[in-house]
Each structure stands twice: as structure tokens, then as C-alpha cells.
Design a protein around this ligand. Structure first.
Ligand code: ATP
Length: 329
């Protein structure tokens, strides 16, 4: 163990995801088990800058494992993107006696953690908390499984009306740069297609889908679509507009699932994943690890350098694309 670690700070940052509370609970209880003090930092990096600190005990995390969202609250914090903001954050940490940080969040949050660790000599352990599943080096992120289940439940309902009206429904899900939610919810809901960013440059995914639909003489369809890119290309409305112009024989409708994908109680899988990862975060600190993200590979906990987790692209398994294409006959 790095001898000087007597107190850790824990925060959640970026978008909330189901299972974050289970992770906070696991980190807190494992730290207390090892006589390490825990300070809960509210509202992510903003709370570090504004000194929103709470002393956490084991009972602070009682009755939280089943709750969605994050009891620590989360935020997107512009000030932390500046050297000045990070300097204030560091001064506040030192003043509060925080020797190490546990950051639960997505790609942006862990990029911020990496920057912070580079500038100041602080051990940081990241936990992948995002519904997008877009962090390299881990098979799953905390919240992804719950969001997937929520999406599938919604798509099942939309299918009833799609079938009754011979319509094409474009259902937009989160994941601007990663198609895991769209691809896997398409498979799990028996949808006809998924339009994902990973395949954006390979083919015209809309033309391909219409062509396959024609061959199969299908009149109604569900297509899962990842959010639009920052330049506005992609997303459910973009494709519905294209259908109106290029294939006017079809009646296209749009459903944006939006924030309801993030909410709700975490699945059993996410609770277990978050518990294992939270426990592993403290174990890693005790081993002297720093600046790593806890991941899971083939059901084994792994340590991934944060620099790799945020920089490398996590590819979609091509088999998933083939499976959807074959099964949507
Ligand atoms: P989600 O996957 O749910 O979107 P995220 O962690 O990727 O979550 P972001 O909004 O990208 O969410 O990032 C959260 C916060 O992390 C930002 O508001 C900012 O405070 C911090 N952050 C992101 N990128 C950087 C960076 N390059 N330098 C410093 N801080 C950063």
C-alpha cells in the first residue's frame, strides 16, 4: 500500500448510470474495512472545486444498492477543463487530507482524471461508469446492461404499434460514438436493423437496410439508431427525413428514447459488476496501483492504464452485425 493513503475521495462525474450507487457503496465499505477514511465529493469535479465534501461512513451507503442515479450527484464541469480549475481542486484536496481519488464516470471523466494525475502527484483509480460501454479494456461498463434492458422493454412496446400500422420506426438510443446500445438492443428486441457510428463509413446503412427489407418483403420495421454526430449527421430524424425524400412509399416515424435510458433500478448484472469493481478499486490502491481503470475481461477483474482506456477505440464485435443481419429475415 502507498503508506500515505489514509483518506480517499470518491466522486461520480459526467452522465449518471445505473449501478453508480452500488460502486460508491462497494468503494466505501471496502475502504472502511481497511480503515481508510472516505470523503464523498458531491457533483463530480465541480464539488472538488467548490469543496462539497461529506464524511462517508458505512451507513452513508445503506439502502443504496438498488437505487438508480448517483447519491453523490454528478455534473459536467467546465472549470475542471482549465489548469486554474484543476489547481483549485488540488488545493482543496490537500486541505481536506484526501490522498487518493476514485473517479466513477465515462470517457470524459476519465480523461479529466488522467490530466489531473499528470499535473499533480495523486493516485487515481477510475471505474467505468457509463451506459455507452465505450471504454477500451473492459467488456462492460457500469450501467450498460441496465440501459440495454430499459431500451429493449421500450422497443417491445413500440413494435406493437409498428406492426399494426406498417411503419418503419427509427428508435434513437444513446451512444454518439459507440453503437453497443443500438446494436445489442436491436438483436435483443428482434429489430430489423441497427445504424451505428462504427459502420458509418463502410456502407450507406439506410440504403442497405431498405434493400434487405425489400428482398424480405417487409412493410413494418424497427431500426435502432445511435445519436447524431456533432455535425448533425445521423440520428433518427436524419434517417426519417431521408426516407421521406428517397423512399416516399414508406411511412417513417421517430422515437427518441432520451434520458429514460439512464434511469431506473440497476440490473443484477450491474450491481454485481459495480460491487466487484468498487472492491477492486480499493484493493488496487492497497497494492500501490495508480492511474488505472478497473475493467472486466472474460469475467476477471483487470487493471487498464487510464490512458489506454480513454484513447483506444473499443471495436464492435463483427459477429454481432452478422447475427443481426441473418436473424432479421
Ligand atoms: P458519459 O459517458 O455519460 O457522457 P463522461 O464522463 O464521458 O460521461 P463528459 O461530459 O464527457 O462525460 O465529461 C465529464 C466531465 O469530465 C466534464 O464535464 C469535465 O469536467 C471532465 N473532463 C472531460 N474531459 C476533460 C479534459 N480533457 N480535461 C479535464 N477534464 C475533463
Amino acid at each position: 500500500m502507498e503508506k500515505h493513503i489514509k483518506t480517499i475521495g470518491i466522486l461520480t462525474s459526467g452522465g449518471d448510470s445505473p449501478g453508480m450507487n452500488a460502486a460508491i457503496r462497494a468503494v466505501t465499505r471496502t475502504a472502511r474495512f481497511n480503515n481508510i477514511n472516505v470523503i464523498g465529493i458531491q457533483r463530480g469535479y465541480q464539488g472538488l472545486i467548490d469543496k462539497e465534501f461529506l464524511k462517508f461512513t458505512s451507513s452513508s451507503v445503506s439502502n443504496t444498492i438498488q437505487r438508480g442515479g448517483t447519491i453523490l450527484k454528478t455534473a459536467r464541469c467546465k472549470d475542471f477543463m482549465t489548469p486554474k480549475g484543476r489547481k483549485i481542486a488540488h488545493e482543496n484536496m490537500v486541505e481536506a487530507g484526501i490522498d487518493a481519488l476514485i473517479v466513477i464516470g465515462g470517457n470524459g471523466s476519465l480523461t479529466g482524471a488522467q490530466q489531473f494525475a499528470r499535473e499533480f502527484d495523486i493516485p487515481i483509480i477510475g471505474l467505468p461508469g457509463t451506459i455507452d460501454n465505450d471504454l477500451y479494456g473492459t467488456d462492460a461498463t457500469i450501467g450498460y446492461d441496465s440501459a440495454l434492458n430499459t431500451i429493449v422493454e421500450c422497443v417491445d412496446k413500440i413494435r406493437d404499434t409498428a406492426n399494426s400500422h406498417d411503419r418503419i420506426f427509427f428508435i434513437e438510443v444513446m451512444g454518439r460514438d459507440a453503437g453497443f446500445l443500438a446494436q445489442n438492443s436491436a438483436i435483443a428486441s428482434g429489430a430489423e436493423a441497427a445504424i451505428i457510428p462504427e459502420s458509418a463509413t463502410d456502407v450507406d446503412q439506410l440504403a442497405d437496410f431498405i434493400e434487405r427489407g425489400k428482398r424480405k418483403s417487409k412493410n413494418s420495421a424497427i431500426v435502432l439508431v445511435s445519436e447524431a454526430q456533432k455535425d448533425g449527421v445521423g440520428g433518427a430524424f436524419y434517417y426519417a427525413e431521408r426516407v421521406k425524400k428517397e423512399y416516399p412509399q414508406f411511412d417513417a416515424r421517430v422515437t427518441i428514447l432520451g434520458h429514460l435510458q439512464r434511469g431506473g433500478t440497476p440490473s443484477a448484472y450491474d450491481r454485481i459488476l459495480a460491487s466487484r469493481m468498487g472492491y477492486a478499486a480499493i484493493e488496487a490502491l492497497l497494492e500501490g496501483q495508480r492511474n488505472i481503470m478497473i475493467g472486466i475481461k472474460n469475467d476477471e477483474i483487470v487493471y487498464v492504464p487510464i490512458s489506454r482506456a480513454v484513447k483506444m477505440n473499443k471495436p464492435i464485435n463483427q459477429e454481432l452485425i452478422t447475427v443481426l443481419n441473418v436473424l432479421s429475415m
